[in-house]
Design a binder for this molecule. Structure first.
Ligand code: GAF
Length: 476
């Protein structure tokens, strides 16, 4: 189903439930993280993309004038009544806490929608590790922005959605999911620096490659306890290493401190440090259309998550093994678990024209190994949360960068910050030939690109050069 079809289905359902047409329709995408797992809460880098699977809300002002947000869900889940005339607190049903948290945070900022009748429909698998909860949060926030005509800075919006998840759902998540659900851009991945919140859109325009998403259909057991435990272990490792977060450490420092760290904590830190480096290398590989390199980084990421971070499971491992057995000749460049782990989905980077054969082959191997049916679909990188009907201010929230930056500057800024990261770590990074070569190419490209707009004397000339730079980088 296309996004338009999904929206019109939701509008029909709204009319069926409430007897009139909706005034507003908002759609928020799920996400798949290509690489950079469990790095966001370590101030590291992530490389997710929004996908063509959405949570949609159709709404109108409530007919009775009461200050209640009433939400019916097409899945048949228990409806939610959220009374906004009193301070909004966590409450039943459980799923409504993602919405309650966002409403409470907006009320604190003086953004008050009044009573609403809402119809919720989603084609994102719940508990599938594709960020259905972040989609629900960003959809709510954007709907309330649209209803009130009060626009929040996208960075603040992402942070308040994260806060809602922490405080109302009790999940101490990082910032990746809310960011990508808001900022996703068609045909682009988002390289996000989770410390500075600077962003770079990495183009993935090449039609010969596609992302295949393989749902193990094992409910993601993102055991909040296990997740929080990993966060603590990372904090302990950073403390022992004497750095503010694992983002500031490197493999050599960790090796030197081995005797002071427990075996488990050492492995957790090794994953994070390696994964941050792999993420930057993968972004560079994508810019260079070097798909085999990106694929190998994805396999390395999976092995590290399985062995060092211990957040995979037999079902995810079975999918990755099946993909690896097909290999590049069969059209698979790489594959890894994606998201928090303990179930949910894997993502594979594949040749588009072999998608069908690959999907069939992975499904068959997975069934043989686990006895389970996988659900498999392909997705192009999609746009972030979108107002489909009734927009007053925001045509497409995802098209705006955070922090009020000039969008055209974002690529250059982030190339510089990623360059700084490598620069700082350059003599300390893993000393393999491959790493050094990739770093060298990376730094050369940064210098070449960042230098492009300079040397232009007139404002007009500088603008033209900047536009050229933007177009080359795909930041249209
Ligand atoms: C979950 C969290 F919500 C994210 O913030 C991130 O930490 C991810 O797990 C692991 O990379 O999706």
């Amino acid at each position: 189903m296309t996004l338009n079809e999904l929206a019109s289905y939701t509008a029909q359902q709204f009319a069926k439930n409430y007897g009139r047409a909706p005034r507003w329709i908002v759609a928020a995408p799920g996400r798949v993280n290509v690489i950079g797992e469990h790095t966001d809460y370590n101030d590291g880098f992530v490389l997710p993309t929004a996908i063509e699977r959405y949570t949609v809300m159709a709404a109108d002002l409530s007919a009775d004038g009461k200050e209640v947000v009433y939400i019916r869900d097409t899945s048949g889940a228990e409806p939610a009544f959220i009374d906004c005339s009193v301070p909004v607190k966590p409450g039943p049903p459980k799923w409504s806490n993602y919405v309650r948290g966002v409403i409470a945070a907006l009320l604190e900022r003086g953004i008050k929608s009044g009573g609403l009748d809402v119809l919720l429909h989603s084609n994102l698998p719940i508990g599938g590790g594709l960020s259905s909860s972040a989609a629900l949060e960003t959809c709510t926030a954007t709907l309330l922005e649209t209803v009130t005509g009060k626009q929040i800075d996208p960075l603040e919006k992402a942070l308040l959605c994260q806060q809602a998840e922490h405080e109302f759902a009790g999940v101490p998540c990082g910032i990746m999911d809310q960011f990508i659900s808001i900022l996703g851009r068609e045909n682009h991945l988002l390289l996000l620096d989770c410390r500075s919140h600077q962003t770079e859109f990495v183009p993935m325009m090449d039609p010969s490659v596609t992302l295949l998403i393989i749902n193990t259909n094992v409910k993601r057991r993102l055991d909040a306890g296990e997740y929080a435990k990993r966060r603590r272990q990372c904090e302990i490792a950073a403390k022992i290493l004497g750095v503010p977060s694992l983002r500031d450490a490197n493999a050599e420092q960790l090796e030197d401190a081995k005797s002071k760290i427990s075996g488990v904590t050492f492995r957790r830190a090794r994953h994070v440090i390696g994964e941050i480096e792999r993420t930057l290398l993968a972004a560079e590989g994508i810019r260079a259309l070097n798909w085999p390199t990106v694929g190998n980084l994805m396999y390395a990421s999976h092995a590290s998550l399985r062995d060092d971070y211990e957040v995979s499971c037999t079902e995810l491992d079975a999918v990755v093994e099946a993909a690896e057995a097909i290999g590049v000749k069969g059209g698979v460049y790489g594959c890894r678990m994606t998201g928090g782990g303990f179930g949910g989905c894997a993502v594979a980077l594949i040749k588009t024209d072999q998608a069908e054969t690959i999907a069939k082959s992975i499904a068959a191997a997975y069934k043989t190994k686990t006895g389970l049916d996988a659900t498999i679909f392909a997705s192009r990188p999609a746009a972030g949360v979108t107002v489909i009907k009734g927009s007053r201010l925001i045509a497409q929230a995802g098209s705006h960068p955070p922090g009020g930056f000039n969008p055209r500057m974002i690529g250059r800024n982030s190339l510089a910050f990623a360059g700084d990261f490598f620069q700082r770590n350059r003599f300390r990074a893993l000393a393999t030939r491959g790493h050094h070569h990739a770093e060298h190419v990376f730094l050369n490209q940064i210098t070449a690109r960042a230098a492009k707009p300079r040397g232009q004397q007139t404002v007009r000339g500088r603008r033209r050069a900047a536009a050229l730079y933007v177009a080359e980088d795909g930041h249209t």
